[in-house]
Write a protein that binds this ligand. Structure first.
Ligand code: ACO
Length: 402
């Protein structure tokens, strides 16, 4: 019956849980996951149904506002977003300033953070619900433009401006792969694949980047800054950066002759820092349900696009060997969502360094929903405790005596 938040005042003790392996930091009504069984639901809807039947924008609406939209609500939402896809022209100076070979995630963190400078109404921590919604719409809208412009910059190509006639995902693909000189045809297979990938990345409860968004937002930092912090957290190879790391690993294995067993043994060797990227998960101790969907999507898309990718067969062999190996079985290590996502992104034509940026595009509605929920719940500022293990008492020593 003890209120854990009062534990220290009552007993003098704090709970120590490094890495928050079993510490609940909030109550949330957004995403349910059962890692032992392998279940994932957004607002109660199974991820399998959403991936099969919904669109990314509809899922974004569901995550942020809690309900599936009516036909009119989604139409209005799309219209509002189309209205805000342009970014301030002065922001183009940022694009010009970045070295052309700079990592897209480095650019994304800077550009999203800069939105608070260009759209300062977001700085008011007492925004009305309507004002918050406008900031949300602006962020969702401008993200597609910023991400596609980062890609265009990496090619040295001129940017393409958004068009109101397209839906969210098509507009993004148009700005990314469109050419100014041609009539643009966006392949529906590509639109469908992109929708599925983004839906699967939409939210994943209190992961590293989402917890970061909530903790930064709890200081009443604005939405753009809070989401930027999430993007920074996502970048690491143990989190969203894994999708880039997986393809780099598969390429290395291919160049090394494709001996998957050798690499599995490396991953098992405790004296070798190598880990099988795209394997293992803090919460899933069973198959990641997103990985199941993505594996099938990967087969379908490569077949539809007529692509034969050797790294896909290496990925499948690795999975097969690992799933039979006692090391992986005992530790309940299964492929996670990122094991196959990179192969699809590659088939769609994205360079490896863009993969984590695409993850951020997919996770954006989740970050927004969690930030909004944290505000609506009026959660207190996040501030973990610690166990101090440093020196107890020391007198200052003058520099000439050290
Ligand atoms: N390859 C080899 N061994 C592994 C792997 C792996 N990919 N993942 C975990 N292990 C081993 C650990 O060495 C440890 O072994 P031990 O008990 O003998 O010491 C055991 O499994 C438990 O691993 P932890 O690191 O304690 O698990 P944790 O929950 O802290 O880490 C994580 C989870 C970070 C995802 C980890 O599995 C990993 O590094 N995976 C590879 C990176 C990756 O794919 N990240 C993407 C995660 S999904 C996402 O963010 C979208």
């Amino acid at each position: 019956g003890i209120d854990i938040s009062k534990l220290r005042d009552l007993t003098g003790y704090v709970t120590l849980d490094i890495g928050y392996k079993n510490t609940g930091a909030t109550k949330s009504a957004i995403t349910f996951l059962d890692g032992e069984v392998g279940i994932l639901k957004y607002r109660g809807y199974p991820i399998e149904q959403l991936a099969q039947k919904s669109s990314f924008l509809e899922v974004a609406y569901l995550l942020i506002y809690g309900e599936l939209p009516t036909a009119e609500q989604i139409k209005n939402f799309q219209t509002q977003i189309n209205h805000h896809t342009l970014v301030h022209e002065d922001m183009k100076k940022f694009f010009d300033g970045y070295p052309s070979n700079s990592h897209p995630m480095g650019q994304l963190t800077g550009l999203i953070s800069s939105l608070s400078a260009f759209y300062p109404e977001s700085l008011n921590s007492n925004q009305t619900a309507e004002e918050i919604n406008l900031t949300i719409v602006k962020l969702l809208a401008k993200m597609t433009t910023i991400v596609s412009w980062i890609y265009k910059k990496s090619l040295g190509h001129p940017v393409i401006y958004p068009q109101n006639r397209f839906d969210y995902v098509t507009n993004f693909l148009y700005m990314t792969f469109g050419q100014r000189t041609e009539e643009v045809v966006i392949d529906p297979v590509v639109v469908e694949a992109m929708n599925v990938l983004l839906i699967l990345h939409g939210d994943h409860e209190q992961n590293c980047s989402t917890s970061t968004v909530r903790i930064v937002g709890s200081s009443e930092a604005n939405l753009y800054s809070s989401v930027t912090a999430g993007i920074c957290a996502l970048w690491g190879p143990l989190h969203g950066g894994a999708n880039q790391a997986v393809i780099e690993m598969l390429e290395k294995i291919k160049a090394d002759g494709g001996d998957t067993e050798k690499w599995i043994n490396k991953a098992k060797d405790k004296n070798d820092p190598f880990r099988l990227m795209g394997f293992g998960h803090r919460v899933y101790k069973n198959f990641d349900p997103r990985a199941k969907i993505i594996k099938k999507a990967c087969d379908d898309i490569l077949e539809k696009l007529g692509i034969d990718d050797e790294v896909l067969s290496i990925a499948k062999q690795l999975e097969e060997v690992a799933l039979k190996d006692p090391y992986f079985i005992e530790r309940k290590l299964y492929p996670n969502v990122d094991f196959y996502s990179g192969i699809i992104y590659r088939a769609l034509g994205f360079p490896t360094e863009m993969f984590t940026v695409l993850f951020a595009l997919g996770r954006l509605p989740g970050w927004i929903a969690q930030w909004k929920e944290m505000k609506e719940n009026k959660e207190p500022i996040g501030r973990p405790r610690q166990i101090y293990v440093g020196a107890v008492d020391r007198d200052y020593v003058d520099i000439d005596k050290r």
